[in-house]
Design a protein around this ligand. Sequence first.
Ligand code: ZN
Ligand code: FE
Length: 256
Amino acid sequence: MNLIALPAFSDNYIWMLHDDANAVVVDPGDAAPVEAALEQRGLRLAGILVTHHHADHVGGVDRLRSRLDGPVWGPAREAIPAPFVALQDGALIEVLGRRFQVIDVPGHTAGHIAYFELGAPRAPLLFCGDTLFSAGCGRLFEGTPAQMAASLARLTALPGDTRVCCTHEYTLSNLRFAQAVEPDNLAVQGHTARCMTIRSTGEPTLPSTLALELEINPFLRCSEPAVAAAALAQGADSTQPVAVLAALREWKNRFR
Ligand code: ZN
Ligand code: FE
């Protein structure tokens, strides 16, 4: 099975999974890069997975329907282009012969879902949309810090070798923020150097892994004393993890 990140807009990725005959794509905000990839490789489009309703994730769905031979799957609690198979937490779907489980991850949007590959012997796939980014998390447009904290906790309970397929190339700017939060975190420094090299060739810094994210992502490190202390200095009400996450998110929103 092949996994490709198709660049779209300025910093989106449309993930494509294919077996050299059939392909599925995740969050096609734009149809053009998907059409080009299908044609270049001679692939049939066998399904579309959607994580949440934002235009940069669903904008290409309707145009792709003309060549789609399979379902559009999406979150039951969001208005995405109909018709689609509405998925609730815990739902199981079969995608190119692999099974994926739906995980509710409210926070960025109210009905945001993620797709986790079940039964993979190693390195299962996680399509997490705009919930978890490498070294960051999504903005809280429709959810609370407590919801985002709970959603991130559900994701970090997955295996450490899980491949984290986020939908934006925000890694370097997130790492700059991570460095401001934890100036002494050597994993952040090491990964920053690696990602600078990767980006200088134009390659994606993704997928990441959950094990790496636990070391470098401040939003997954709210219980670390250094992270809590940094959040307190930025106005957190307490060192409770949810209060720390709330303060980090506010800080990140104004961080340049
Ligand atoms: Zn979004
Ligand atoms: Fe997005």
